[in-house]
Ligand binder design. Structure first.
Ligand SMILES: Nc1ncnc2c1ncn2[C@@H]1O[C@H](COP(=O)(O)OP(=O)(O)OP(=O)(O)O)[C@@H](O)[C@H]1O
Length: 317
């Protein structure tokens, strides 16, 4: 559905040149729900704007929804939907009118636009809000209307730029459900950008991780997490943490052992198997633990592994 080779975009301005996207290759198959994960400024929006024909690449080539991006941009536009960050709604109109106007804009006649509007209001759970002015909708309702607007011309492929930014947890979960059902019930291909680790993990079949304009990792959330070497063990020690750390270090299969006050952190290949062995070894040395936790690798560990930085910390900052 999407095949991209060597896509680049350089912005030049008074303050010099910015290489926003630097040689991106990517493939998305029909029916996939793919997440483009990266911190602010990584190049997600720039890539999406290129793939949706809104921004000309500096170099590279792409086929999107079976059409050549540079040779047939109109063909691409007919077959895709794009929901930009922040949406494009005019706030004065009622929901139904806004959606029907979008249908007319895409060339549907009045009756067809009305029918399509009814279908979409139902599908996106907006039926009760059909006569409400857009300005009165909540953030989550507005994002659902944004998505309905992107679906008016029945595209095969939908691009969503950071669809749940700024929404509360309940609205995010409900929007994930709607996005998932677009794929499950309509067989749509969805390509969305996000900087939320939980969204990438929970919602997407496959992830492309982008940093500084380059794809640094790709795979399903499970594959990516498995690529991180081992589970993280965190022990709070009642007593001599240095001896506890040495004891752990002397056992086979432990790595990255570090002491921080009375806390010892380390990695083991399989936490469930290593923990009993570790606890026995500590008991033999009369070392007592106040607490111990084992954590499977997270997508943040994946990002940390490939970039040396925490995506969670960057997004929080
Ligand atoms: N029109 C522009 N002129 C100059 N630089 C730009 C322009 N648009 C984007 N950039 C720069 O390109 C880089 C990538 O920006 P982009 O918006 O694609 O990132 P992003 O991953 O979508 O980030 P965010 O999550 O904050 O939306 C950034 O350094 C940004 O400042």
């Amino acid at each position: 559905m999407i095949r991209v080779r060597g896509l680049t975009r350089c912005f030049t301005g008074r303050h010099g040149a910015v290489d926003a996207v630097r040689g991106v290759d990517l493939d998305v198959a029909a029916g996939e729900l793919v997440g483009f994960l990266g911190p602010n400024g990584a190049g997600k929006t720039t890539t999406l704007r290129m793939l949706t024909t809104l921004l000309r690449p500096t170099s590279g080539e792409a086929r999107v929804a079976g059409r050549d991006l540079l040779g047939d941009p109109d063909g691409v536009r007919e077959r895709i939907g794009y929901v930009a960050q922040g949406g494009t709604l005019a706030f004065d109109y009622p929901v139904r009118e806004e959606l029907e106007m979008q249908g007319r804009f895409y060339g549907l006649d009045r009756a067809r636009a009305r029918a399509r509007c009814t279908e979409l209001l139902d599908e996106l759970g907006l039926d009760d809000l059909r006569d409400r002015p857009v300005a009165t909708l909540s953030g989550g309702q507005r994002r659902r209307l944004d998505i309905a607007m992107g679906l008016v011309h029945s595209p095969e492929l939908l691009f969503l730029d950071e669809p749940t930014t700024g929404l509360d947890p309940t609205s995010r979960a409900s929007l994930w459900q709607r996005i998932r059902s677009l794929r499950d019930e309509r067989g749509m291909t969805v390509f969305l950008s996000t900087h939320y680790l939980d969204e990438a993990d929970t919602l997407c079949d496959r992830l492309l991780v982008i940093d500084n304009g380059v794809i640094v990792a790709s795979g399903s959330p499970e594959e990516l997490k498995r690529s991180v070497s081992g589970d993280a063990v965190t022990m709070t020690v009642n007593g001599d943490a240095a001896t506890a750390a040495r004891t752990a270090e002397n056992l086979g299969g432990t790595s990255e052992v570090a002491v921080d006050g009375d806390v010892v952190r380390l990695r083991v290949t399989r936490g469930d198997e290593a923990l009993p062995v570790l606890l026995n070894a500590l008991r033999d040395k009369d070392i007592e633990l106040a607490s111990v936790t084992v954590q499977r690798p997270t997508l943040d560990d994946v990002f940390l592994g490939v970039t040396g930085r925490s995506l969670r910390a960057e997004v929080a900052a």
